[in-house]
Design a protein. Structure first.
Length: 232
């Protein structure tokens, strides 16, 4: 039974979200503020975190930033604002999805299921032991881990799904529309800037590890570099 951490300073929202998740077969734990969220996440090791953006003292963006220093637990932001810039900032910080208030509890549960499904080892017909190696890149789908020259590169669920798809077909150009389908299998419409944000985040992580496995196909989209060490 997957465990979901629900973080919101509004007790009514926590109650509604927790009830919807419990009814759908999830276990839930709660936190009323950012500091408590970090403590509960450390203690409970949830499978996913539903995280309110606007909270006093320690807001959701700072909580996510701190979580990403040590954890790749999937995060879905809840926000009262529907501005594209806010969504991009959330994704840049490493969130896997973004839901605006007011929201349908049923839709939120569906989003949770989609993110967890992307994380499942046997997703899209892969076996639990599937390991993909491309030059200095190694992707372990069972453990949901990426390595560059043997060094672990922490990726979010969405980032891993995008990179795994591109690495499976080196040289193939993936348009932003195709990457949208890979990153968001529930067929939601997201902007090109959202996909660019995911790719930019991926590149930054691998550059920090000394590599660049993603190349730009100008005017088309992105591809996995056939030479994984190339920055072209």
């Amino acid at each position: 039974m997957p465990k979901i951490l629900v973080v919101d300073d509004d007790p009514h929202i926590r109650e509604v979200v927790s009830f919807a998740l419990t009814k759908s077969g999830f276990a839930t734990v709660e936190a009323a503020d950012g500091a408590a969220a970090l403590a509960v996440a450390e203690r409970e090791r949830p499978d996913l975190i539903v995280l309110d953006v606007t909270m006093p003292e320690l807001d959701g963006t700072e909580v996510c930033r701190r979580l990403r220093r040590t954890s790749n637990t999937p995060v879905i932001f809840l926000s009262s604002r529907d501005d594209e810039i806010d969504r991009i900032v959330g994704l840049e910080l490493g969130a896997d999805d973004y839901v605006t208030k007011p929201f349908s509890p049923r839709e939120l549960v569906a989003r949770v299921k989609v993110v967890l499904r992307r994380q499942a080892p046997a997703a899209q017909g892969e076996t639990a032991s599937a390991v993909l190696e491309r030059g200095r890149l190694r992707l372990d789908s069972a453990r949901h881990e990426a390595f560059w020259d043997g060094k672990l590169v922490p990726l979010t669920v969405t980032e891993f799904a995008i990179l795994r798809a591109m690495a499976a077909h080196p040289g193939r150009v993936y348009t932003r529309d195709i990457l949208m389908d890979l990153a968001y299998p529930d067929r939601r419409v997201v902007s090109d800037r959202t996909i660019d944000s995911h790719v930019r985040h991926l590149r930054a992580k691998f550059q920090a590890a000394g590599g660049e496995p993603i190349a730009t196909a100008h005017g088309l989209g992105y591809r996995f570099a056939e030479d994984p060490g190339s920055t072209k």
